[in-house]
Ligand binder design. Sequence first.
Ligand code: NAI
Length: 400
Amino acid sequence: MKKALLLENIHADAAVQLRDEGFLVETLPHALSEDDLAEKLRQDVVLLGVRSRTQVTRQALRSCPSLLAVGSFCIGTDNVDVDACLDRGIAAFNAPYSNTRSVAELIIGEIIMLLRGVFDKSRALHEGVWLKSSDRSREIRGKRLGIVGYGNIGSQVGSLAEALGMEVWYYDIREKLSLGNAKRCRSMREVLRKADVITVHVDDAPKNAGLFGDAEFRAMRPEALFLNASRGSVADLAALAKHLKSGKLAGAAVDVFPKEPKRNGEKFVSPLTGLDNVLLTPHIGGSTQEAQRTIAAYVSDKLSSYFKTGDTFYSVNFPQVHLPILKDSHRLLHIHRNVPGVMSQIDSILASEGINISGQYLETNRRIGYAITDIGKKYDAGVLKALEAIPETIRLRLLF
Ligand code: NAI
């Protein structure tokens, strides 16, 4: 029976979905060490699901002849050696977009809390101090929101903000489709000059480290707000603290930090702690029950459709192909080292056996070639042996 192993308390929906697909699913609430993982993988595991703790290293993959795919039930894949997976013909998937809505909602909530000074008033009240006042308390309606990085999250923040009556301006280094009435700025300076609220949603490109420093905070409008839920390296928090203390900026919300504690309860240190009208959250922008459920559905889908059809769309390491389910045909999936001439070897083996090819695709990346050949129902088992014997073959799979 085909086995799936799901580690680290992956949302229960994933096991339900994979069982419905006919997998024998084993779930474990914790991560496994390298050796324990290697031992498990030796036992005919076909699909492996992890979150961010299990290290899927080359060593852990040393003997896993049945393993076809690894799913990271999270956003990043830093803990999975995707090149080692490639070398063994193992496809890797993750869920890069499944928590975008969660981040966007947090940002919208924070903008309202910051504009109204809710956090400080609530903190005072918890300490028994009544602070009823409309001073520095503003509505979101009519304010200008400046979005730096108009990708999956930035553009959703824009749509939600516009629905609440904000005027949306954005800056992105790439050409983007403006949603609703959002307007594009030609430079980051332009968006900084225009907006009452700046929210940052850039990716983790190395050049984005230090994107916001003293000069950028200085360029913002007086009493503007700054929010960052993208990457900790993007903003210089000492410079931000300076501009908050001087009153130049009226508030900030920060979810990501240059140095984040490794585990709950560990001490957190930041120049922003203790400042007025500053919301600090422990990197929870994307952490919601809904996001976990969406991740479970998305990654399980990717794993099972790779298993069933060979589809690698949105794989993080394989060349990407979108493949339909076939009727009355077989599908040969040939994964090989990407050197010239493999395709012609495949074709001459099939031609010499007189096999009818109904469809053929080849996609490559820097390391591997992924050749998909749909053939008629009749074939000789010797063909598979011949294809496997091509010296560059990493793995051969027959479907349907
Ligand atoms: P994305 O890749 O869809 O969008 C990033 C956008 O930023 C792209 O359009 C890109 O062209 C643009 N960009 C890159 N550098 C730029 C620059 N210097 N100036 C202007 N635009 C620039 O990414 P997505 O999914 O929207 O995520 C955005 C960020 O949010 C990422 O850094 C991601 O790691 C982070 N994130 C944080 C979470 C949290 O829990 N706080 C959860 C999920 C994502």
